[in-house]
Ligand binder design. Sequence first.
Ligand code: NIG
Ligand code: FE
Length: 412
Amino acid sequence: MKDLLIRNLASLATSTGSKPRGGKEMGEILEIENPWVLIREGKIYRIGQEELLQEAPDADILDATGQTLLPGFVDPHTHLVFGGTREEEFSMRLRGESYMAIMEKGGGIKYTVRKTHEASFNELLENGMKTLKSMAEMGITTVEAKSGYGLDRETELKQLRVARELNEAGLLEVVSTFMGAHDIPMEYKGRDKAFLDYMVDEVLPKVIDENLAEFGDIFTEKNVFSVEDSREYLKKMRDMGLKLKIHADEINDLGGAALAAELSLTSADHLLKANDEGLGMMKEKGVIPVLLPLTAFSLKEDFARAREMIDMGLPVAMGTDYNPGSCYSFSIPLMLSLGCLKMGMSPEEALTAVTLNSASALDRAHRIGTIEVGKDADLILIDAPSYRFLTYHFGMNLVTTTIKRGKIIHRK
Ligand code: NIG
Ligand code: FE
């Protein structure tokens, strides 16, 4: 692989370190003016000035006059692989029907489960590839992908195998999460525990056998899975070797945040309704809050309390939650704008949330999420003289170039 030398940058901006940053530290961004950056073997090799030309006389040159270099965005929460779309449901919600009411009537997640069941492996793969390409245009270099639109063995495995193939395609890095406990299928209605046992006994062993997932997740919510059942199920997934996440306190405050802390999960996601005690416990146990403002926006719910969480010292991360129902969008520009204009984050905090802290939510902060020598060269260029334009020029996609492990995967 040839070296790549990025020259004439207006600036570079990044969080630093390999650990999640909470509280005041979230706002500390390293900014370097007019740097040159040398990439070797897919890694950030040196940050310097013109002298890097001597170091790598044969390097490919990327001229970045007037542009700013940032770490590639890490999206730590999506439901990337699914069949069908739910535009009718969106209209129903606009007319005032609630997300949970639609779900209880057999729509919502259950509709996508039927469509995902019907879709062929190749259809899912093609759709997924198309999505990854537009994600790359948006500056995303790593994305998490959950199963959970199968709810039976065959379809859960199909989704996860598609995600694995998407990862192997080498465009973006795709991190797989097993979320067989996303909803309770009709045939298990009223028998939640039996359904979770089925997942543990019949599906999970195959997932582990084929090495199809790194994380496990569950939708802990009223009329879905209780805290008690979630606790047992999460422990079993951990015993089988998975790292853990939870959809917590999204629609109702069930105490999901406290459960996440009790079990020291890697992250607790959504948290729209999370209470102070649960959040305090998360802080104690180092659980990363993954906030999903695009979902709150789409569901017309109040936003998660990012400002308060950061002031409590929590290392807030942000993700898109891309899925066909509650959030049919992976707009990073809109997400960053909501983070700043509706959730009280500073531009610096928003940048940390979608890079270093989201990398931490995927247990990858040692390798991605910042621009530092030795880390993967997962980088983006934005057409602006400083990172401040990311949120100031709101709602705009400023990304001109996306680089994954030293390879240019998108160029405008
Ligand atoms: O994160 N809350 C549960 N799961 C998804 C939505 C899935 C869907 O509506 O299809 C979420 O919001
Ligand atoms: Fe989700």
